[in-house]
Design a binder for this molecule. Structure first.
Ligand code: ADP
Ligand code: NI
Length: 217
């Protein structure tokens, strides 16, 4: 990390590094670090409050529903960290609110109502697309015992949040069920431009995948 960050940001980085040690589900420390870097870039370009965005980005998965189901509802980990760091209550509440607006599975397509929330959500979603998004999707599929692709199982583009949570679809279907839809859900002009390039890359990747599957190239 650049060394001109505040002590608070550096402490948050060290906190998530320790908390996520050994995590390989796709919500690991390096996911958080990528979201931090991208959210910082978006926040600067969009003239958002950079430090709030950085803190929310670093803490956005510490009370994730899957990683920490017991603190998910209360955001206890984020709250405790911010309190221990002496962040005042108003600011801590603002940061926790940004975090609660970020997750796809928790909010579906609802957009955050603050610019800072949009910056973090866009950064989190950008990490699900492009070359890294492809790698994360196949890593997730492998972890969950899914087939990479099954021509017998059609993708379902119109799932409800509940169906999405229960879905046992293949990883290639996940591109149609979620990843190809993310570009249209981006909120900031900065993220929209980045998403478009990543979307084109993923489309080309799936085209190549299908051609190789059929022995065509
Ligand atoms: P969020 O933290 O926004 O709720 P998820 O936990 O749904 O996101 O996803 C985390 C990562 O795992 C993303 O890169 C996502 O694309 C990937 N992923 C989630 N569900 C699947 C799936 N069914 N198949 C393949 N990849 C998945
Ligand atoms: Ni995330």
């Amino acid at each position: 990390m650049e060394n001109n960050h505040s002590i608070l940001i550096e402490n948050a980085r060290a906190y998530v590094q320790a908390l996520f040690a050994g995590e390989s589900s796709g919500h690991d420390y390096y996911h958080t670090l990528r979201v931090f870097k991208m959210a910082t870039r978006i926040a600067r370009a969009e003239q958002a409050d950079v430090e709030s965005v950085q803190l929310a980005a670093l803490l956005h998965d510490v009370d994730d529903r899957k990683l920490s189901p017991e603190t998910y509802a209360t955001q206890a980990n984020a709250r405790r960290f911010l309190q221990e760091q002496g962040v005042d209550e108003m600011r801590a509440a603002r940061i926790c609110r940004i975090i609660s607006q970020v997750s796809f599975s928790a909010n579906g397509s609802a957009a955050p109502d603050t610019l800072e929330g949009k910056c973090v959500q866009d950064a989190d979603r950008l990490d699900a697309i492009g070359a890294i998004g492809i790698a994360r999707a196949f890593a997730y599929g492998g972890n969950h015992g899914r087939l990479m692709y099954d021509p017998e199982v059609a993708p379902r583009a119109d799932m409800t949040a509940q169906e999405y949570a229960k879905s046992k679809s293949t990883t290639v279907n996940h591109f149609y069920e979620k990843l190809f839809k993310l570009t249209d859900l981006m909120q900031t002009p900065t993220a929209i431009a980045i998403a478009k390039a990543r979307q084109a890359y993923m489309r080309a990747y799936i085209e190549e995948f299908m051609a190789e599957w059929d022995g065509l190239c």
